[in-house]
Design a protein around this ligand. Structure first.
Ligand SMILES: Nc1ncnc2c1ncn2[C@@H]1O[C@H](COP(=O)(O)OP(=O)(O)O)[C@@H](O)[C@H]1O
Ligand SMILES: [Mg+2]
Length: 234
C-alpha cells in the first residue's frame, strides 16, 4: 500500500490558500523530490502534510488511512516524521540531551544516532546551538531517523551547507531508504542532487504543481525547472 498519498491538497494561512490542489504520492523505499523557487509553497505543503498547519481541502493518507483531520502528534504516531526547515532542535541543550528527549530508551537513541552519523560521537556534550550548520542538520536528521519512521519529510536539508556536509546527509537518506525502505519526501534547493537520489519529483510553482513525474521526466524538461526557479516568488 502507498506509504503517503496526498490528494488535491490545499493549505495556507488565515483562510487564504497558498498551496492549491496538489496531488502526489510516496512509496516505501523511494524518494520524492519537491522542487520550486523560494515562496512556491514547499514548506507550507510539508507542514500541512505533517499536521502543523490545517488542511483546507483535500486528503492526506498514511498507508491508506485518512489522517487529514488528525493533529500532528497523531500523524507522528502513525509513522510520519518531519525535519522542519528550522531544524527543530533545542539549541541550548547538548547533542546528547536533544537525543535523550526522544521517546526511545535514552542510551539507545544516542547509540543509534552515532551509528548513523559517527561525527556526532565527539559532539555529544556540546550545546546544539554551537554546532556548525552541517552538524546541526545531522542532529536534526538523527533525531528523527532513530525513531525509524516509515514516512520521512525533510525540508531544505542542505540549504547553506558546505558540499561535504551535504554529501553525508544525502548519503544518510540514501541508506535509510535502502535499508529501512522508508518513503522520503525531500524539499531541496539543490535540484540536481535531489533528482539524482529521487525516483519521482513534484515541481511547485506559485503553490500549484507544475510537474508530477519521474525524476527522468523532470530532467528531460530542464526548461520547466529553469522557469520555475527563475519564475521567482509569488
Ligand atoms: N506563517 C505564515 N503566514 C502567512 N503567510 C506565510 C506564512 N508562511 C509562509 N507564508 C507565505 O506562503 C507562501 C509560501 O511560503 P513557503 O511555503 O514557506 O514557501 P517555500 O518553502 O517554497 O519557500 C509565501 O508567499 C509565504 O510568504
Ligand atoms: Mg521553505
Amino acid at each position: 500500500m502507498t506509504a503517503l498519498c496526498v490528494e488535491s491538497l490545499s493549505a495556507g494561512y488565515r483562510g487564504v490558500p497558498v498551496v492549491r490542489g496538489v496531488s502526489f504520492s510516496a512509496e516505501a523505499g523511494a524518494v520524492v523530490a519537491v522542487l520550486g523557487s523560494n515562496g512556491a509553497g514547499k514548506s507550507t505543503l510539508l507542514n500541512a502534510i505533517a499536521g502543523l498547519l490545517g488542511v483546507m481541502a483535500g486528503t492526506v493518507r498514511l498507508r491508506g488511512q485518512d489522517v487529514s483531520r488528525q493533529p500532528a502528534h497523531a500523524r507522528a504516531r502513525e509513522g510520519l516524521a518531519l525535519v522542519p526547515q528550522d531544524r527543530g532542535i533545542a539549541r541550548r541543550l547538548t547533542v546528547a540531551e536533544n537525543l535523550r528527549l526522544l521517546p526511545r530508551r535514552a542510551g539507545a537513541a544516542v547509540d543509534a544516532a552515532v551509528e548513523l552519523f559517527p561525527a556526532l560521537g565527539s559532539l555529544l556534550r556540546r550545546p546544539a546551538g554551537l554546532l556548525s550548520g552541517g552538524e546541526q542538520q545531522m542532529l536534526a536528521l538523527a533525531r528523527v531517523l532513530v525513531l525509524e519512521p516509515p514516512v520521512l519529510l525533510v525540508d531544505e536539508m542542505s540549504a547553506g551547507l558546505a558540499p561535504q556536509a551535504v554529501e553525508s546527509l544525502f548519503e544518510a537518506v540514501r541508506r535509510v531508504v535502502e535499508q529501512r525502505r522508508a518513503a522520503v519526501v525531500l524539499v531541496e534547493q539543490h535540484a540536481d542532487l535531489a533528482l539524482e537520489l529521487a525516483d519521482r519529483a513534484l515541481v511547485l510553482r506559485h503553490g500549484e504543481q507544475a510537474i508530477w513525474g519521474t525524476a527522468a521526466d523532470v530532467l528531460e524538461h530542464p526548461e520547466v525547472l529553469e522557469s520555475t526557479y527563475l519564475g521567482g516568488t509569488r
